[in-house]
Design a protein around this ligand. Structure first.
Ligand code: TYD
Length: 131
């Protein structure tokens, strides 16, 4: 599967909005782990790696940031700034997250437990592996 922006359900109500993610219903994987990135100083970026097995969904719960994806051939930038959009990032996609706004909160749902061995942190190794 390719990276994909997923429009999550949004339930509007005069008391406010509510959005939902159910594994295997709205995203194409089971959720094994959840983490979030916050308090990112201006000008900093996160990521700069790919995963051999892990799939992820990235949501801008608050504020905004850009997710830059590279599949070994081309780069594509997704600007996330709505909490009802999730960016599905399959395994073996190089990704960086940058241009964080003040108070940005990135929620990340992951398909696997954390494993150092699952990371590819060198872009040229990634390009060799993807071939
Ligand atoms: P890293 O994945 O490199 O962060 P990012 O991709 O956002 O730049 O993780 C930063 C540190 O946190 C690294 O030492 C590994 C650790 N970490 C865990 O221990 N468990 C986790 O689930 C994650 C995502 C990271």
């Amino acid at each position: 599967m390719n990276p994909k922006l997923i429009n999550l359900p949004k339930i509007l109500d005069k008391r406010g909005n509510l959005s939902i993610i159910e594994e295997k219903q709205h995203i194409p994987f089971g959720i094994q782990r959840v983490y979030w990135i916050y308090d990112v100083p201006g000008g900093e970026y996160r990521g700069g790696h790919a995963f051999k097995e892990n799939h992820e969904l990235i949501v801008a719960l608050s504020g905004s940031f850009d997710v830059v994806l590279h599949d070994g051939k081309e780069e594509k930038k997704y600007s996330l700034n709505r909490s009802y959009y999730g960016l599905y990032v399959p395994k073996m996609i190089w990704r960086s997250i940058e241009n964080f706004s003040t108070n940005a909160l990135a929620l990340i749902l992951a398909s696997t437990d954390f494993s150092k061995e699952d990371y590819i942190r060198d872009f040229s190794s990634f390009q060799t592996l993807i071939k």
